[in-house]
Design a protein around this ligand. Structure first.
Ligand SMILES: Cc1cc2nc3c(=O)[nH]c(=O)nc-3n(C[C@H](O)[C@H](O)[C@H](O)COP(=O)(O)O)c2cc1C
Length: 167
């Protein structure tokens, strides 16, 4: 049994996709939680806010969930050929909420899967997320789930990603 954390950047169709990943994982006997970054609604990261204890958000709950998970599946729509600000923003807050070494420990070798529900194909957001999560040390798997209004999520892809990540 593996513990999955589905991290969705938005609360619409990507949240729905995160729920499908979670249901598939639990159906296979795994544990699965979902965090919705739009719901958490963090302030925009700036150096000034990060240095001011009154302004820096408390993300300890999110960090604990991420640390406890054996694998993350990051689900985000494409925005202007890249990732939505909620996702990039949370990574900036994570990287400054703890000592750099602890951040590296949290991310290094973490199995990560990527998925999107986008207006078009979503290839750009997948590339952007792959670059970001590989950079912070995660093991991003090759297979991805790309969906849109005209292209439903392939259940076989979702199952295969869960199986691959639950190693
Ligand atoms: C600011 C903004 C920029 C967008 N840019 C793109 C884009 O570059 N490529 C694309 O395929 N879809 C783009 N879209 C469409 C979203 O990816 C699409 O509507 C997605 O399904 C929304 O996900 P949600 O329902 O989870 O919010 C954009 C949407 C917004 C709001």
């Amino acid at each position: 049994m593996a513990r999955f954390l589905m991290i969705t950047a938005t609360s619409g169709s990507n949240r729905d996709l995160a729920d499908v990943f979670a249901t598939t994982a639990t159906g296979k006997g795994h544990d699965a939680g979902v965090v919705d970054l739009a719901e958490i609604d963090l302030p925009m990261f700036t150096m000034a806010r990060s240095k001011d204890p009154q302004s820096a958000p408390d993300i300890s709950d999110l960090l604990s969930k991420m640390a406890e998970a054996d694998a993350w599946i990051v689900i985000a729509p494409e925005y202007n050929g890249s990732m939505p600000p909620t996702l990039n923003n949370v990574v900036a807050w994570m990287s400054t909420a703890m000592a750099w070494q602890d951040f590296r420990t949290l991310c290094t070798g973490k199995p990560v899967g990527l998925a999107t529900h986008s207006g078009g194909g979503g290839a750009h957001v997948i590339m952007a997320m792959r670059q970001q999560f590989s950079f912070i040390g995660a093991d991003v798997i090759g297979r991805t789930c790309m969906t849109s209004r005209d292209k439903e999520a392939n259940p076989e892809t979702i199952e295969s990603m869960i199986d691959n990540l639950a190693r």
